[in-house]
Design a protein around this ligand. Sequence first.
Ligand code: ACO
Length: 333
Amino acid sequence: MDLLDRIIENAKKQGKKIVLPEGLEERTLKAADIVLQEGIAQIILLGDPAEIHKLAKEKSLRNIEKATIVNPKFHEKKEHYIDLMVELRKNKGLTREEASQLIENPLYLATLMIKNGDADGEVAGAMNATGDVLRPAFQFVKTKPGISVVSGAFIMILKDKEFGHEGIMVFADCAVHPNPTDKELAEIAVTTAYTTRAIVGIEPKVAMLSFSTKGSARHEMCDKVIQATRIAQSMDPNLQIDGELQADAAIIPSIGKSKAPQSAIAGYANVLIFPTLEAGNIAYKLVQRLAHAEAIGPVLQGMAAPINDLSRGCSVSDIVNLIAITANQAAGL
Ligand code: ACO
């Protein structure tokens, strides 16, 4: 069974409730129909029920009748969620009037449903920018205890099975945090290692990437990666993490052996941690296009509950896969 099939089969056993704020977006509705037909998750769609039913009928999406549909303007928990928003943001001075407007925005409503225990996870972003999906999540769902930064990992499935674990590698951060500090970079490494164990089911071998291998170059940007490596190793001494390594030393055994002979990771890394979002985002897109790799994600990590962001160019199957991944995360797999 390949990785995606395993993720989907695991999701089916969990019956998690996934909220889709973009209930009137056509690809999202088609994905919801497939998820409901195959029993991958329970689905909550946000939007005007009459319009959702009309679109479902036009597109012959018969399984949508199994979804729970919540109208952001009128629903029984609206006042309760407004109270919760004001309470959670009282230090930031959120007023009742502001909360009453925000709660009608499906991206905010979805995060309040999660916070209140009415949904287990969220997938959005087919028609909203990353920042608009993430901001309400940061404000109301927040990070896991002990973690201060949310980041985005991509599971890269390579055609060349010599790299990583039989062609599977995990890259991060490719989606969220533009310029992490050394401590934040360490958190990104540790959370990516846990994502790799949980979603991919392999033991992570984490390389902290730089333009220097073990002191070959001297620059404050390399110092950040060296320090982040130390912090990450101390955050969880049971994880295999090493750096600073150049990309070739991280993934090619002969180069790893010559540039970093003492390293158990050099040459055999299956998790690559990039020093900035620029590097990570550019790298995953180049590998996806030039090496024709499948890029699954971004899988958001570090959040107190799973909320995942789609690319606006996503396909229906991308949405189905991300719903299955979100259900796995919600089950703590
Ligand atoms: N993790 C956890 N919390 C965060 C993070 C983070 N990475 N970033 C911001 N926050 C929190 C802040 O602490 C703050 O919380 P508070 O209001 O309780 O104090 C809140 O979020 C807002 O913080 P701002 O600094 O004002 O964040 P802003 O809204 O300006 O930006 C954002 C956050 C939108 C995620 C920004 O970092 C961003 O645009 N990142 C790049 C996203 C992107 O475009 N990615 C590339 C495309 S994705 C792709 O190609 C797959």
